[in-house]
Design a protein around this ligand. Structure first.
Ligand SMILES: CC(C)(COP(=O)(O)OP(=O)(O)OC[C@H]1O[C@@H](n2cnc3c(N)ncnc32)[C@H](O)[C@@H]1OP(=O)(O)O)[C@@H](O)C(=O)NCCC(=O)NCCS
Length: 148
């Protein structure tokens, strides 16, 4: 990751920029603002938000969502860095198993330690989430990583 990219905890003031990144990547906006403000991280470069990731918390299970990097900053490690920062935040929140559901990065998340998991298992853990109930329901692949 280039030196000038800094990862930090997101705040409510970051929500519009993160929503713009999500929209341009055609990722779900439902629940994103709440997740980003409650438990999100952002990558910043030259005063602009160039990446983000957020969590929804369900006890010992976490849902990693809204992972996005601006197109002109991809393939430089920003994606890996925002996921690592979200995982650190999740550990601090007591999360043991981090779930996600993805249609667009099915081959990417396994490089970060995630493995496909049966939908029933994921549903049991994070099935109340907006993403699992309303989005990606048919084509999305659920995955999990044990954090601790
Ligand atoms: C997926 C995404 C977050 C990766 O961000 P990134 O900053 O490019 O990731 P990194 O730089 O850490 O990793 C890049 C590596 O992963 C690969 N990669 C990136 N996106 C990938 C994808 N969707 N599928 C498979 N491999 C992918 C790149 O080819 C690169 O490989 P290399 O190191 O061999 O060159 C980014 O491509 C993105 O925002 N995509 C659109 C939104 C999205 O799909 N988010 C996930 C929703 S669940």
């Amino acid at each position: 990751m280039p030196l000038e990219v800094a990862i930090r905890r997101a705040g409510a003031e970051d929500v519009p920029a993160v929503e713009a990144l999500l929209a341009s990547a055609s990722l779900p906006l439902n629940g994103a603002a709440e997740a980003v403000a409650r438990a999100g991280v952002v990558a910043r470069a030259d005063g602009a938000i160039v990446g983000a990731a957020a969590l929804e918390l369900y006890g010992e299970a976490g849902l990693l969502r809204s992972v996005v990097v601006a197109p002109d900053h991809r393939r430089t490690g920003v994606g890996r860095a925002v996921v690592a920062a979200a995982e650190a935040l999740a550990r601090d929140e007591g999360v043991r198993d981090m779930y996600l559901i993805t249609e667009t990065a099915i081959d990417w998340f396994p490089r970060l330690g995630y493995t496909p998991v049966e939908r029933a298992v994921a549903n049991e853990a994070v099935g109340a989430s907006v993403e699992f109930t309303t989005i990606c329901h048919d084509k999305g692949v659920p995955m999990v990583r044990r954090l601790r």
